[in-house]
Design a protein around this ligand. Structure first.
Ligand code: ADP
Ligand code: MG
Length: 594
C-alpha cells in the first residue's frame, strides 16, 4: 500500500500492534434479520409497494416477504437519487432502526444496502474510513500478528474484532486479551528503543572497606541494589543504564557512594539539582568515603577541592558548563526528575568517547507503581528501594477549620521541643479561584503569633539562603511546594498542607517526606475544606511511596487534582496499571522470550 507510511504517521502508529489495537468503535452489520426487535437496527429484504410525496418528504411502503408484513418508511432528506432508487416494484435490502407506529412497522430514513451478510468495522480516526480499512486489510493478518509474537487466542480475538464474521465475535471478546496485547506492545516498543553501548571501562573497586567504615549496617534492599549496580559496572561490553527509585529517606546516597567506591581509582561524577543538595552530598561523601579518595565540589561561582584532580566530582548543573571537566567512567544524576532530559543526556554525552559511553546511574525519589517499573525496565534497568532504614513515625490527619485551635497547640508543643514546623500554602498571592489563604495572606498571622518565622516560595531568588538559615535558626517555615527539593531538615516534625485535596498524592507524599527524617515522632496535617475526601483518607493510611503511586492511579479520574502530578504519560486504553500486575508480568516474560 503506497500511502501506508503517511497513514501510520498521521495516526501516530509506530508498530503493527498499534494498528491492531486500533479497535473499531462500532460495526455495521448487514446480516438479514431473522426476527424483529423494536428499537434495534435491522436489515431486511424489501419490495417497494407504494411511493408518495408528502411536503417534500418521501413516504415509501415496503413489503417484507420474510415476515409477510408491511413496513412504512419516511425519508426526510430526499434527493433525486432516492426517487430513482425507490420505484414501485423495485426490490432492495434496506437497513435502519425499526419502530412501531399505530400498529405498523416503521423504519424512517431507510438505507438501501448493496451487500448483505457483512459486518463492516467503523474506525473512529481522523483519516478516511476507506483508507484505514485498506490499511488494516493490508497489515493485519493472522500471519503478521503471529509474527509479532501473539498466540492463537490473541490472534483470533484481534482478527475477530477487525474482520468479524459473527456478532458473537464483536460482543463477547475477551478484554484480558486486549490488556495483554497492549502491555506487550508497549514493552516491545520500549525494548526497541533501547540502545546499548560499550562502556568506557569496567569498574570493580573493592567495597568491603567502605562497608566496614559505615556507622550503620546497610539495609537488605540497599545491599541488593548495590549488588545490581556492581554487576552493571564490572562489564565493559555494555555501559550501565539504570534508574534507582526510592522514597525520600530510603538511603539512596549510600548507593551513590558505593558506586563511586566501585569506580575508584577511576573517576566518577555526580550531578545534583540544587547547590544545597550538592553540598549535602559532598558532606556525606567526605564523611563516609575512604580517605584516599579525592572529592571535589563544583557549583556556580564556588568550587571546593580541585575538580581536575578529583576522583569523585560532585556538582550542580554548573558541571555542564565546565569545558575542562575531566572524563569520568561513571556518571550519576541525583533527583533526576529535577533535570530536563537534555541536561541529563548532556552530562553523559560529555563523557562519551566515540561509541563508548560512561556507566550511567540515575536516582529518583518519585516512586512509580511496580507495574510501571516493570514496563519501564525494557528501556532502562530499574531498581526499587521500597523500605527506609528506620521506621518513620508520622501521624497523618485530615483537618478542617474547626481543628485549628488543636493545630496551634501542637505547633507550640513542637517548637517548645526545638522542633520545626513547615506550613505549605497553595499559592503565593491571593486568588479568587482558590478557597484557601495564600502565602501572602497567611504570613501576617504567623509572624505576629510566633518568632523565627521564615518565608520562601518557588520564585524566591533567595530560597536556598532562606532554607539554609531556617535550618539553623527557624521555628516555622512558610512556603509553597518548593520544599519538594531534596533538602534535609532533621528537626522538622510537623507539616501542614493547606488545601491538600488540590494536590496529587505523589506531591503530598513528597511533602510529608520532609518531616521525621531522623525518626523523630512527626505529624502531617492535611488542611482541607472537604474532610470527607476519600483520596486524602486513603493517603493517611500508608507511608509507602510505592503504595501511594498505586493509589494515585486508582484515583486518577477523581478529577480534583490541580497540580497535574498524576502520571499521565502512561495512558492505556484497556490496561489498568493499578490492577493488572499479573498481565504485565506475563507480557514481560513473553517479550523476554522473543
Ligand atoms: P535519600 O537520598 O534516599 O532520600 P538518604 O540517602 O539521604 O536518603 O538517607 C537518609 C538518611 O538515612 C541519611 O541521614 C542517611 O545517613 C541515613 N541512612 C542511610 N542508610 C542507612 C542505614 N542503612 N541505616 C541507618 N541510616 C541510614
Ligand atoms: Mg537523596
Amino acid at each position: 500500500m503506497k500511502e501506508a507510511k503517511a497513514l501510520f504517521q498521521k495516526l501516530k502508529l509506530i508498530s503493527l500492534l498499534d494498528l491492531a489495537l486500533l479497535i473499531p468503535s462500532s460495526y455495521n452489520n448487514t446480516t438479514l434479520s431473522k426476527e424483529i426487535i423494536l428499537g434495534e437496527v435491522h436489515t431486511f429484504e424489501a419490495e417497494v409497494k407504494e411511493v408518495s410525496n408528502i411536503n417534500g418528504k418521501l413516504r415509501i411502503l415496503f413489503w417484507l416477504p420474510t415476515f409477510s408484513q408491511r413496513l412504512s418508511s419516511m425519508l426526510f432528506r430526499v434527493t433525486p437519487y432516492h426517487h430513482q432508487l425507490f420505484t414501485v416494484g423495485s426490490k432492495h435490502y434496506i437497513q435502519g432502526k425499526v419502530e412501531e407506529y399505530k400498529g405498523y412497522l416503521q423504519m424512517n430514513q431507510a438505507k438501501s444496502v448493496k451487500r448483505i451478510g457483512e459486518i463492516t468495522p467503523k474506525y473512529a480516526t481522523p483519516v478516511k474510513e476507506s483508507s484505514i480499512r485498506s490499511l488494516v486489510e493490508c497489515y493485519i493478518t493472522e500471519r503478521s500478528l503471529k509474527d509479532e509474537g501473539l498466540n492463537e487466542k490473541e490472534v483470533s480475538t484481534l482478527m475477530g474484532l477487525h474482520f468479524p464474521t459473527s456478532q458473537q465475535q464483536i460482543e463477547n471478546y475477551d478484554r484480558e486479551v486486549l490488556k495483554f496485547v497492549e502491555a506487550f506492545n508497549h514493552m516491545k516498543k520500549l525494548r526497541g528503543k533501547r540502545e546499548d553501548f560499550p562502556a568506557l571501562e569496567a569498574l570493580n573497586g573493592e567495597l568491603i572497606p567502605f562497608f566496614k567504615g559505615l556507622p550503620f549496617q546497610l539495609t537488605k534492599e540497599q545491599q541488593a541494589v548495590i549488588y545490581e549496580v556492581q554487576q552493571d559496572l564490572k562489564r565493559d561490553d555494555k555501559a550501565a543504564k539504570r534508574l534507582i527509585i526510592g522514597d525520600v529517606g530510603s538511603g539512596k546516597t549510600m548507593v551513590i557512594l558505593a558506586a563511586a567506591v566501585m569506580a575508584y581509582p577511576k573517576k566518577s561524577i555526580l550531578m545534583a539539582p540544587t547547590s544545597l543538595l550538592a553540598i549535602q552530598l559532598h558532606e556525606e561523601a567526605t564523611k563516609h568515603l575512604p580517605k584516599s579518595m579525592n572529592i571535589a565540589l563544583v557549583m556556580q561561582g564556588k568550587n571546593e577541592g580541585d575538580y581536575l584532580e578529583a576522583d569523585f566530582i560532585i556538582g550542580t548543573h554548573a558541571l555542564l558548563y565546565k569545558e575542562d571537566l575531566p572524563k569520568a567512567s561513571l556518571v550519576m544524576v541525583d533527583e533526576q526528575h529535577r533535570f530536563g532530559t537534555k541536561q541529563r543526556a548532556l552530562l553523559e554525552a560529555m563523557m562519551a568517547n566515540e561509541e563508548k559511553k560512561p556507566h550511567y546511574l540515575q536516582f529518583s525519589a518519585t516512586p512509580i507503581p511496580r507495574t510501571q517499573a516493570m514496563m519501564q525496565s525494557e528501556l532502562i534497568d530499574v531498581s526499587l528501594i521500597t523500605s527506609t532504614p528506620f521506621e518513620k513515625d508520622i501521624t497523618t490527619r485530615v483537618i478542617g477549620k474547626e481543628n485549628f485551635p488543636e493545630l496551634l497547640e501542637d505547633i507550640k508543643n513542637e517548637i517548645a521541643q526545638e522542633h520545626q514546623v513547615l506550613i505549605v500554602y497553595p499559592l503565593v498571592e491571593e486568588s479568587t479561584e482558590i478557597p484557601y489563604q495564600s502565602l501572602d495572606e497567611g504570613r501576617g498571622f504567623w509572624e505576629k503569633k510566633f518568632d523565627n518565622v521564615y518565608v520562601t516560595h518557588g520564585k524566591d531568588k533567595n530560597k536556598e539562603k532562606v532554607l539554609h538559615e531556617f535550618r539553623e535558626k527557624g521555628d516555622i517555615l512558610l512556603a509553597t511546594t518548593v520544599v519538594e527539593v531534596g533538602i534535609s531538615l532533621p528537626r522538622l516534625t510537623l507539616i501542614v498542607i493547606v488545601g491538600a485535596e488540590r494536590l496529587g498524592l505523589a506531591t503530598l507524599h513528597q511533602l510529608r517526606g520532609r518531616v521525621g527524617r531522623l525518626g523523630l515522632k512527626s505529624w502531617c496535617y492535611l488542611f482541607t475544606n472537604n474532610k470527607k475526601n476519600n483520596r486524602l483518607k486513603s493517603f493517611t493510611q500508608t507511608e509507602s511511596g510505592f503504595e501511594i503511586a498505586k493509589l494515585d492511579l486508582k484515583f486518577r479520574n477523581s478529577g480534583d487534582i490541580l497540580d497535574g502530578t498524576i502520571q499521565s504519560g502512561m495512558q492505556f486504553k484497556w490496561l489498568n496499571l493499578a490492577e493488572d500486575e499479573h498481565i504485565v508480568s506475563v507480557a514481560k516474560e513473553r517479550v523476554k522470550n522473543i
